[in-house]
Design a protein around this ligand. Structure first.
Ligand code: ADP
Ligand code: MG
Length: 251
């Protein structure tokens, strides 16, 4: 196998009763690549991500990771293979502190159960590692703060810090800049740059500044199919893409 893609989707179709949401979609991503995934609302971007992470199964088609068929693997097995995703706040424990959230993610990664009889010594490296991750995400001053008392932008940063805690090979982010101010979005780009260093990235995002800053290549989805794919410059110049987005912006 020469240069097998890290991730390959072959002829993926998926519907939820009505017409297909994804319609025979094929996509291939190389190791180390940063791929932006854009398209109008309802194009099927989140569904595609759920098929990669294992939250959903396709009606037909296969998902290959490092050449391994993972189509029928549950999400935790895919996570162990190196596929990490953010959950857009939903997975944060609001009543716990920032530090507790990060340590929880680290314990899960190291396979250390949260049951009783745990040696305290086994937790020391976890504390050290959680501080490193908090520092990287700019959350060190907030380690002891309850998550649900933090501003939204900081909760977002924690959400992304938890992705790093998984030490994924492939990072999948679904609209990380949604709901952020312009200043928070600029900070987010810097944070993501630091966090995805050395990783492969799939980035779904509406904010094109974020997409352009972080993507080597962009795939445009429309009605569950690949409308086009290319470098940011190629996609930006594509009349079909402009039509789809102009259609959306006037809506
Ligand atoms: N669990 C579901 N049940 C029913 N319909 C769904 C479900 N998930 C997504 N859809 C539909 O699939 C289409 C694509 O959704 P989605 O993948 O979320 O699009 P995007 O993320 O590109 O906005 C939408 O029409 C949406 O209503
Ligand atoms: Mg979506």
């Amino acid at each position: 196998m020469v240069d097998a893609p890290l991730l390959a989707l072959h002829g993926i179709s998926r519907s939820f009763g009505a017409g297909p949401v994804l319609d025979g979609l094929s996509l291939s991503i190389s190791a180390g690549e940063r791929r932006g995934l854009i398209g109008p609302n309802g194009a099927g971007k989140t569904t595609l991500i759920n098929l990669i992470t294992g939250k959903l199964r396709p009606d037909s088609g296969r998902v290959l990771y490092r050449g391994l068929d993972i189509t029928d693997l549950p999400p935790h097995r895919r996570a162990r293979l190196g596929i990490g995703r953010s959950f857009q706040i939903l997975s944060l424990f609001g009543e716990a502190s920032v530090g507790e959230n990060i340590r929880g993610a680290l314990l899960a990664k190291h396979g250390i159960g949260t049951t009783v009889a745990r040696r305290l010594s086994s937790l020391e490296p976890i504390f050290a590692e959680s501080e490193q991750i908090a520092a990287l995400a700019g959350l060190l001053p907030f380690l002891g703060e309850r998550v649900d008392t933090l501003p939204y932008g900081l909760q977002r940063r924690l959400d992304i810090a938890l992705v790093t805690a998984q030490e994924p090979e492939l990072v999948i982010l679904d609209e990380p800049a949604a709901g952020l101010s312009a200043a928070e979005t600029r900070d987010l780009i810097d944070l993501l740059e630091a966090i995805i260093r050395g990783c492969t990235l799939i980035l779904v995002e509406h904010d094109m500044d974020v997409v352009y800053a972080l993507s080597d290549r962009i795939t445009v989805l429309d009605y569950g199919c690949v409308l086009t794919e290319g470098t940011p410059a190629e996609v930006n110049a594509d009349p079909a893409v402009r039509r789809v987005y102009l259609g959306e912006e006037t809506g």
